[in-house]
Each structure stands twice: as C-alpha cells, then as structure tokens.
Design a protein around this ligand. Structure first.
Ligand SMILES: Nc1nc2c(c(=O)[nH]1)N[C@H]1C(S)=C(S)[C@@H](COP(=O)(O)O)O[C@H]1N2
Ligand SMILES: [Mo]
Length: 508
C-alpha cells in the first residue's frame, strides 16, 4: 500500500474510538480516570520548570488549554503515523498505539492517590484502538484490486464511510464523557470551597460510655469513607450548589423555594442518626451512624402549609430517583432534616452533596433522598416511588435488629474469656437490652454501652467463657418498648429482613 492519507485517517479514527470509549467509561465508572487529563497531569509534573514558566508567560491562564491542545496534536499525529505504519509494516502501528496506552497507564498509576482502577480507562483506550485499527487496515487492504476482484472486495467509499463513522462516534463519546466529568469536577471544587456554618444547635454529645474499646467492633460513629453507599446513580450527580434549589410543591397553600445560600443561613441543627438500608441482610453492613448537620424539614413544611388530606411527601433527586415518605414522619417532633453536613464536612458527593434527607426511624428507600431537589406534598393513593414501584413496601419503618461484629464468623479464638461484641438498633424507638446465646443455650444478658439517643445504634458486649471446640453465637435485641427481636427468618423484600444473627467460631 502506497497510500498515506487513508491509513493515517484509519489511525486517527481508531484512537478517537478508543479514547472516546475510555473517557465515557472514566466519567461514568472511575470518576477521575480520564486518560487525557491523566496524561496531561503527568506532562505537567514532568515538564522542566523553564518550559512551564515559558508557557505560562505566553498563554497566562490559557496554559491548561494550551497543554490539552498540544497533547491532542501529538496524539493525532501519533495516531496518523500509527495508521500509516500499520499499513506498510504491521503490527508496528498497533505496537505504537500500545506504547501510547502504556504511557496512559503509567501516568494513571503514578498519580498520588490513584489505584489500579484509575488505569483501566487508558488500558481500555489502547485495547479498543488496537482492535479498531486492525479491522480498518484489513478493510483498507480489501479495497485493493486482486485478480478475482479487479476493483477490490470492498469499495473505497465504504472504507472511508466506516472510518468517518468510527471517528465521529469516538468524538461524540469523548464530548459526552468530558461534559459529564466536568459537572463532577465543578461540584467537587465547589464542595472543597464550602465553609459550613456553626450549628445553631449542637448534637447531644456522644457520651464517653457509648463506645467500647474492642478491636473489630464497629466504631460508634462511622467515618464518611467507610459509610455504606446505596443508590441507583451510575454517575454521581455533580451539582453546583449555586444552581441548587429545593422546591416544595403539591398539596400546599404556599409553594416554597429555597437556594443553598438561603438554607445555610437558616439555624442549622446537628443530630446523630443511624441510617439503614432495607436491603441489609441479617448480619449485613448496609448500616452506618453519622452526625448530620441540617435543617428540620418540619419548619419548611410549616411554611408551605400542607392541606389537611395530604399524607405523603414525594421527594425527588436531581437524577430523578424518588422516595415516598409519610407526611407525619416529616412533621412530627423527630429530627427529619435536610442535611448539608456529615461528620463535620459538607456531604460527600456520593452521599448526596449538596443536600439530602435524613429521617430517623425509616429505611433509606422511603426517606433518605440524596441530591434532593423537590418535595411534592401529595397522597399515598396518588403517587408511588422508585422502589415501591418495584415491589417494596409502601411503608418502611426500620426493624429492630442486632449484629455480632466480633468474633467475626469463621474466626478462631483462644479458649478463655472472649469478648463478644456488636451493635443493635431500633431507630426512633431505642434499644433497651441485648442477649447472647451460646450453642442454643439460655439467653445471657449482654452489657450495653450508653445510648446516644433512640435514633442511633447501640454497642453491646458480652464476656464469653469459651471452651475449646466449635461453637455457635447468636444475638437478640429488645427495644425500648419491650419488643423482642423475632427469630423468624424473613428476606429483605418487601420491608426488611428479620431473624437472628448467628456466627460459628472455633475455640482452640
Ligand atoms: N437520589 C437517591 N437517593 C437515595 C437512593 C438512590 O438510589 N438515589 N437510595 C436510597 C437508599 S435505598 C438508601 S439505603 C440510602 C443510602 O444512603 P447512603 O448511600 O448515603 O448510605 O440512600 C437513599 N437515597
Ligand atoms: Mo436502601
């Protein structure tokens, strides 16, 4: 093949397809693995200071744009070269692309705070580009005349059309990926700049006696980084707080609209509340306890004045997820809040930044709307919500439950006194007792740590005199109203699991 432009075009189209797909994947899955920006950052790190200064003095604040454009030029030239080389000396073109991909992977792995996943988009870009280039060059070969097919087996026009379509698809994916990632970056930057106001009312202090010092026992307050995350969001909504609005509409006398700045000026209150997912299996870890900073929803609803026959509030997130919460749970004296802070920081993006709902006593699927933007006052017989449309119960009060954290299931422990410990919860009612049974023996009373409030879980411990052999430990909680946790085993669908957490351990 003596042609230059056609194979060079195939090279550029292949790389566009690869990079486009990778940008899309990085925006939706990895969050910060954009191959273009990763390599760009590496270039910034490696560039000698004189070059950086020269670029800044010429381009000023356009220095980043200059970097991206230069990078794009280098990539396009390299891709064209790879296409041409592939047409005259396969697989040299594909090897060149592989080297480009390796630079991306290396750049991703050497950024501080990055892990293996961050290298996935660059690797993916290279793999896709190599496959596409192989296919396009094969197609190009088939356009050449042979003895049996004097005008080639594939028309040139078809090759050009396929190459153009590949390039266009890649470019589109790249633009979409960048747009999505940009929203996320804007939100992250805005979050970093936020100073949360001092609470007008601080949380009930966490008593020193609320925590036992037992390795492996869940900390009484769950650090944000360890807090379970459950949502339907493939891409975490990137909301600029300047654009955020909450609208209260529906069966109200007065519609209410609130900006983020207005929300922060209201007297915010701190409260510690344990959040649980209805999908939490017995013994599961879809539960966490945090100190939230927020504004009581009941005050906002009082401004809106719901009509007397309303019984539900349909909350909607920016990405269209909905929850149906009993109106009374938002207007009674419990601490149902619009939260802006979590354990002393603005809400993490994945936990609903800038604003989410937290309602003590209800499972998340009927109450804890993250990225919340609207509250529609309505009726249960008029509207359903995301999970109630999918077979989950209309009402979702949290069920009394308990969990053994230590010893962990399957663990070997030394004979003698063994600390058995865990957590128990019945949000908005409170836990009054926990009992442990060894090998189906009598229920022994465990020691409870101090309660923070009825809205939070409670640690417990039991000193077990363990003899060698295989043993079964079981836990059972009693709530503040005297209800004893049931041993009846029920699945999480439709309104939360029941049963007793049981672990097997070996004592040696
Ligand atoms: N926007 C939105 N909010 C949501 C959800 C969701 O899918 N989308 N899931 C809910 C469910 S089922 C639970 S259990 C809690 C989990 O909150 P977390 O991820 O902060 O722990 O969020 C709730 N809020
Ligand atoms: Mo959930």
């Amino acid at each position: 093949m003596t042609d230059f432009w056609r194979p060079a075009g195939a090279g550029v189209a292949s790389v566009l397809a690869g990079v486009g797909a990778a940008e899309l994947v990085s925006a939706f899955v990895v969050q910060n693995g954009s191959p273009i920006l990763t390599v760009g950052s590496l270039v910034i790190d490696l560039a000698p200071p004189w070059l950086k200064e020269a670029v800044i003095s010429v381009f000023g604040t356009g220095d980043k744009a200059f970097l991206i454009v230069s990078l794009a030029v280098v990539v396009v030239l390299g891709a064209g070269l790879a296409g041409w080389l592939e047409s005259i000396r396969p697989p040299v073109g594909r090897i060149l692309i592989g080297i480009g991909g390796a630079v991306g992977v290396l750049a991703a792995l050497t950024r501080s705070g990055n892990g293996i996943v961050d290298a996935v988009p660059s690797a993916l870009a290279a793999v896709i580009a190599i496959l596409v280039l192989g296919a396009l060059i094969r197609m190009l070969r088939d356009t050449e005349p042979t003895r049996v097919a004097p005008s080639g087996r594939v028309s040139r026009r078809r090759f050009v059309g396929t190459t153009a379509a590949t390039a266009a698809g890649g470019a589109l994916a790249l633009v979409i990926g960048q747009a999505v990632a940009n929203g996320f970056r804007t939100a992250s930057a805005a979050r970093a700049a936020i100073r949360l106001p001092q609470p007008a009312q601080t949380a009930a202090p966490i008593p020193a006696g609320a925590s036992f010092d037992i390795p492996g026992l869940s900390p009484i307050v769950t650090p944000n980084a360890d807090f379970y995350r459950i949502d339907t969001a493939l891409q975490i909504p990137g909301i600029d707080p300047h654009d955020w609005r909450l609208r209260i509409t529906g069966m109200v006398e007065q519609e209410v609209e609130l900006t983020f700045a207005e929300l922060l000026k209201l007297p915010l209150e701190e409260s510690t509340t344990t959040l649980t997912c209805v999908s939490n299996e017995i013994g599961g870890d879809l539960i966490g306890n945090a100190t939230w900073l927020g504004y009581p929803i009941r005050h906002l609803l009082a401004r809106a004045r719901p009509s007397a026959d309303a019984d539900m509030v349909l909350s909607t997130s920016q990405d269209g997820w909905t929850a149906s919460t009993p109106l009374t749970a938002l207007t009674d004296e419990r601490n149902a809040i619009l939260a802006v802070g979590m354990n002393g920081t603005p809400l993490p993006l994945e936990h609903g930044y800038p604003v989410r709902m937290v309602v003590p006593g209800l499972y998340g699927y009927v109450s804890a709307t993250k990225w919340v933007v609207s509250l529609e006052v309505t009726r249960f017989d008029k509207h359903t919500s995301y999970w109630t449309d999918r077979g989950w119960s209309e009402r979702g009060p949290v069920k009394l439950s308990s969990r053994i954290d230590v010893p962990a299931a399957g663990r070997q422990v030394k004979a003698g006194t063994v600390a058995v410990a865990g957590v128990a919860w019945s949000q908005h009612v409170g836990v009054s007792a926990v009992h442990v049974s060894v090998d189906d023996g009598p229920w022994q009373e465990a020691t409870l740590a101090d309660a923070i409030s009825p809205d939070t879980w409670r640690q417990w411990r039991y000193a077990w005199d363990a003899a060698p052999g295989a043993h079964t430990l079981r836990v059972r909680a009693t709530d503040a109203k005297g209800l004893v946790q049931t041993s009846t085993v029920r699945d999480v669908v439709p309104d939360g699991a029941t049963g007793l957490h049981t672990v097997q351990v070996t004592v040696v």
